[in-house]
Design a protein around this ligand. Structure first.
Ligand code: PLP
Ligand code: COI
Length: 356
């Protein structure tokens, strides 16, 4: 059912604000939350009218299926402010579409577009003051949906909750990012849910990532589940490799998330005249390129991490260092994308969406 948001949305404003307690110049990632959230329930086969209410705990029955069968999906996006306090989103419709791709795969109900897009706009109107302006920070937005319906029967729930919560955030990583190329564990498999932003995909990464952390690496580079010969993704980022002057990234598949940052970087790099190749990348190709000096850069790309350079990688007990270049593709592409996101340059692609 189409709803008129400005008419139908119920807004309960918070009586107090936590904003005074936040140091906007020293933000970490996703650890303080704004005053309000959008909530919307799916019951009896349909979505009810969304509400914006004070950010608060939610009560769930112990038999809610989220706890047992993990029907839980999410999105990650950011709101940016320019120097005149105008507010922008970046390709938000792509997040909306991906949420519904995830919903379908997890047998969850799809959300109507206006609930997501107009709901987000209404929420951002209230939370405008929470959008940081400091370089490298933004308001991280977390839309998510999970099964509230009860029952121990292993089948899809009949009730769900959709929430949008926000957290003013700084960089995702602090310090250098060294990665371990995974030889044993897998994040996803053919025919699985790797392309969806399903909570369980991340839970499954924590143990192998902790093992990598114990060995001094911050992230894992996942390899294909079948042979572990090809690189796929880096933790919560898509992966880019620069060999000589060619920028490589791997094709998306049902094992890999179709990252919005990834596809934007490909477009921007091509517009910059950089030769981009989207193809499978063998671990041995990385090793050889590292050994013969043609491996120039390795970086991850994602909403939370933006563009994060990788300083080195480990494989089969050996560490490989990346060279310290002056002018990197990573730095150039990060500047180009953040300049578009924060309204510092023209946006020839129509990606930036102003929130009035
Ligand atoms: N890959 C995974 C597994 C992720 O969780 C993310 C983060 O959203 C990405 C890639 C990057 O996607 P996007 O650029 O759309 O944020
Ligand atoms: C994002 O980049 O928005 C993500 O969703 C990654 C998240 C796991 C922090």
């Amino acid at each position: 059912m189409a709803i008129n948001f400005t008419k139908d949305i119920e807004i309960e404003k918070s009586k107090t604000s936590k904003i005074e307690n936040v140091d906007f110049n020293n933000l970490t990632f996703g650890s303080v939350f704004t005053d309000h959230m959008l909530v919307c329930d799916f019951e009896n086969g349909k979505w009810k009218s969304p509400k914006i209410i004070p950010y608060q705990p939610i009560t769930l029955a112990p038999s809610s299926k989220i706890f047992h069968y993990g029907q839980s999906i999410f999105e990650g996006m950011k709101a940016y402010k320019d120097t005149e306090n105008n507010v922008f989103l970046f390709r938000p419709i792509d997040n909306f579409k991906r949420l519904n791709i995830s919903a379908k795969r997890l047998a969850m109900p799809e959300l109507p577009e206006s609930y997501f897009m107009d709901g987000l706009r209404e929420l951002l109107k209230l939370e405008k003051d929470w959008i940081p302006r400091a370089e490298g920070s933004a308001l991280y937005i977390r839309p998510f949906m999970f099964a509230t319906g009860e029952g121990f029967h292993a089948s899809p729930a009949v009730a769900y909750k959709f929430i949008i919560a926000c957290a003013p955030s700084g960089s995702y990583f602090s310090g250098k990012v060294k990665v371990l190329i995974e030889e044993k564990y897998s994040r996803s498999a053919n025919g699985g849910v790797g392309f969806a932003k399903a909570g369980g995909n991340y839970a499954g990464q924590f143990y192998p990532t902790q093992l990598a952390k114990d060995r001094g690496y911050q992230q894992v580079i996942w390899t294909d589940d079948n042979t572990h010969e090809y690189i796929e993704e880096a933790g919560a980022m898509n992966i880019f490799v620069r060999i000589n002057d060619t920028l490589l990234t791997v094709p998306t598949s049902d094992r890999i998330l179709d990252g919005i940052t990834r596809k934007s970087i490909i477009t921007i790099a091509e517009a910059e005249g950089i030769n981009v190749e989207v193809r499978k990348i063998k671990v041995t190709e990385l090793i050889e390129a590292s050994e013969n000096g043609s491996l120039k850069e390795l970086f991850g790309a994602g909403t939370a991490a933006v563009v994060s350079p990788i300083s080195g990688f480990g494989y089969k007990g050996k560490d490989y260092e990346l060279p310290q270049l002056e002018n990197t593709y990573g730095a150039l592409l990060k500047k180009r994308i953040t300049d578009i996101q924060t309204n510092k340059t023209d946006d020839p692609y129509g990606w930036r969406v102003k929130v009035d």
